[in-house]
Design a protein around this ligand. Structure first.
Ligand code: HEM
Length: 226
């Protein structure tokens, strides 16, 4: 039992499985938030529904655990790799151009993703789910998701921070998703090529979807209908 948490492949497996769950969450989160592009009232109904019921709370707890495991193991793996390499990070310093930039910078990208997430939770989760739980009241209501989107995305610095956050997330997922599938077992050359393409598409769609929402609200064209 100790082996899955302590062996190198076990640690990578934990990173991969938690990473894949986080990508699934993002696809769900994007679909839910895309409702706001069309209808403000429908989006608020979704926010109300996903508000403070026990299923939503349990889902959020599992999600938080997934994030924590993913982050903790990322640090453990990086520290171990650096220790194993000693002070010289690369025997040959000239970098292999075939190794993508994002694969060499997963930790830096992960830190930007984490900082963005902190900002995002302070903006939305704190004023919505937490406000309902704690009974806090603001000018914009806890289930008025549309009101909060309009409030934050009318501020240019917030819009820029979110777009930088999404780019980091994009690069992080492009590398992470196919590397996760590879760890889980798909590792012949034909499949590596296919998985890289699938990952690029998944990461691209997630990036474009979230970016469109933020830009649409910044330009005040969303919600399109009501
Ligand atoms: C346009 C982009 C996004 C919008 C409009 C958005 C909107 C929201 C809203 C309204 C909530 C609060 C829901 C509630 O508590 O009732 C929320 C929560 C959350 N968001 Fe986002 N989000 C966006 C992008 C992201 C991204 C890129 C991530 C992850 C990297 C993310 C992760 C989370 C998490 C972890 C929560 C807390 C758990 C939950 O309440 O479901 N969000 N988001």
């Amino acid at each position: 039992m100790s082996s899955i948490f302590q062996s190198s492949i076990g640690r990578k497996l934990i990173m991969s499985i938690t990473g894949m769950c986080l990508v699934l969450f993002l696809i769900f989160h994007l679909s839910m938030n895309f409702v706001a592009a069309f209808s403000g009232s429908a989006y608020n109904a979704v926010c109300g529904f996903l508000g403070t019921n026990w299923y939503a709370l349990a889902g959020t707890a599992v999600l938080a655990l997934g994030f924590l495991l993913h982050i903790i193991y990322a640090f453990i793996l990086t520290v171990r790799n650096r220790k194993a390499r000693g002070s010289v990070r690369y025997a040959v310093e000239a970098r292999n151009s075939k190794v993508e930039w994002s694969s060499q910078n997963m930790l830096v990208l992960g830190i930007i993703v984490l900082a963005g997430l902190g900002l995002h939770l302070a903006h939305f989760w704190y004023h919505m789910m937490w406000a309902e739980l704690a009974g806090n009241e603001y000018e914009i209501g806890a289930t008025d998701g549309t009101g909060w989107l309009q409030y934050y995305f009318s501020q240019i610095p917030v819009v820029i921070c979110y777009l930088v956050w999404f780019v980091a997330l994009w690069l992080h997922i492009t590398h992470g998703f196919w590397s996760a599938l590879q760890t889980i077992g798909a590792n012949n050359l034909v499949w590596i090529d296919r998985l890289q393409k699938i990952s690029a598409w998944v990461a691209g769609i997630i990036f474009a979807g979230f970016a469109v929402i933020v830009i649409g609200f910044a330009l005040k064209v969303f919600p399109l209908f009501d």
